[in-house]
Design a protein around this ligand. Structure first.
Ligand code: DQA
Length: 145
């Protein structure tokens, strides 16, 4: 069974209480449950993690490279400026899908830049938890090709 790491960056552990008008009322535990259920229905082994620490996120991407795992990544604010994260993403060989709950292109100017998009297979943004469901589907499609 193909393994997918669903990796989440800073402040996403605060879902449910973090700016609910933007990010909704679903909690991080809801996100974990939804990803597990979607993974099961697609025949993917899904593991969901979250960190507020850039170096830990980079280590997890190294792990994805070493284990040949696919990645669904919400880099959160690191999206917009972390070249170190981008370089780690570039080493991942399995599909790597960038996801966002909100649509950064429709928000503040600084969110319009993603340094990660250029090394991802694709980006899904703006659909709340459905962004993750769609990203896992994209992984399944790319693995089947
Ligand atoms: C986010 C969008 C980012 O701009 C923001 O910094 C986040 C969450 C999203 O999922 O919509 O932390 O990645």
């Amino acid at each position: 069974m193909a393994r997918v790491l669903v990796l989440n960056g800073p402040n996403l552990n605060r879902l449910g209480t973090r700016e609910p008008d933007i990010y909704g009322h679903d909690t991080f535990d809801d996100l974990v449950r939804e990803c597990a259920a979607t993974g099961e229905s697609l025949g993917l082994e899904v593991e969901v993690r979250q960190t507020n620490d850039e170096s830990e996120l980079i280590e997890w991407l190294h792990e994805a490279q070493d284990t040949g795992s696919a990645v669904v990544l919400n880099p959160a604010a690191f999206t917009h400026y972390s070249y170190a994260l981008r370089d780690a993403c570039a080493m991942v060989e399995g599909p790597l899908i960038e996801v966002h709950l909100s649509n950064p292109a429709a928000r503040e100017e600084f969110r319009h830049t993603s340094v990660v998009s250029g090394v991802a297979n694709g980006t899904i943004a703006g659909f709340g938890l459905d962004s993750y469901r769609l990203a896992l589907r994209a992984v399944a499609v790319l693995l089947a090709d």
